[in-house]
Write a protein that binds this ligand. Structure first.
Ligand code: MN
Length: 214
């Protein structure tokens, strides 16, 4: 993925059948190749006329939305957020029950801030389930490493000047309808078996650089 305009669609870091049967191949093709691709294209269309924004990173655009030209704030919020959220979503999962584990630093932070891994997953899952309509649930870290759970509607992102999203659950129907129809609880429960803890642990360790919003 290019760091600045023109943004490009990041390839999936695994074959399309990797997440089966939790997330099927057909869902991944639609979700990545069609839905995510549209967010990339529409973000580029919004930014294109504004040369002064061509060297601003995605984090920078999203963390300073209210400083953008007013005419493109909504487009960047929706489409830039769509790119950010899907990049996080696709890059922090892998094959079901692949056996990865949080590293020692993340494991101890989860135990300190939630009591246990099971409790963290229960809270993240519950937050995803109770997000009304379309949106996202996240595990985030602040600069000091404190973990918390949050949720956003639509394609909004958490405050990227304060929090590093470590992992996320997409609860737009396009993420699960082909595999689960209206059964969001089944999708959320199964989706949480896909977490690639190697990638999530690295995001936690790298949180200082991921918080940069220039
Ligand atoms: Mn999605």
């Amino acid at each position: 993925m290019a760091k600045t305009y023109p943004f490009t669609l990041q390839e999936l870091p695994y074959p399309y059948d990797t997440l089966s049967p939790v997330v099927g191949e057909e869902t991944l093709h639609f979700h990545h190749d069609k839905h995510m691709n549209a967010y990339v294209d529409n973000l580029n269309k919004a930014i294109e006329p504004y040369a002064e924004l061509h060297d601003v990173t995605l984090n920078g655009l999203l963390a300073h939305l209210n400083q953008l030209p007013q005419t493109i704030q909504t487009a960047v919020r929706n489409n830039g957020g769509g790119v950010y959220n899907h990049q996080l979503y696709f890059s922090t999962v892998g094959a079901p029950n692949a056996g990865t584990k949080p590293d020692a630093a993340l494991q101890s932070a989860i135990e300190r801030d939630f009591g246990s891994m099971d409790e963290m997953k229960a809270q993240l899952g519950q937050t995803a389930l109770t997000r009304f309509g379309s949106g996202w649930a996240y595990l985030v870290a602040d600069a000091q490493g404190k973990l918390s759970i949050c949720s956003t509607p639509n394609q909004d992102v958490p405050d990227l000047s304060q929090y590093v999203p470590l992992m996320t659950v997409d609860v737009w129907e396009h993420a699960y309808y082909l595999d689960y129809q209206n059964r969001r609880p089944d999708y959320v429960k199964a989706f949480l078996t896909l977490t690639n803890w190697d990638v999530v642990s690295k995001r936690y360790a790298d949180r200082a650089s991921l918080l940069e919003t220039n």
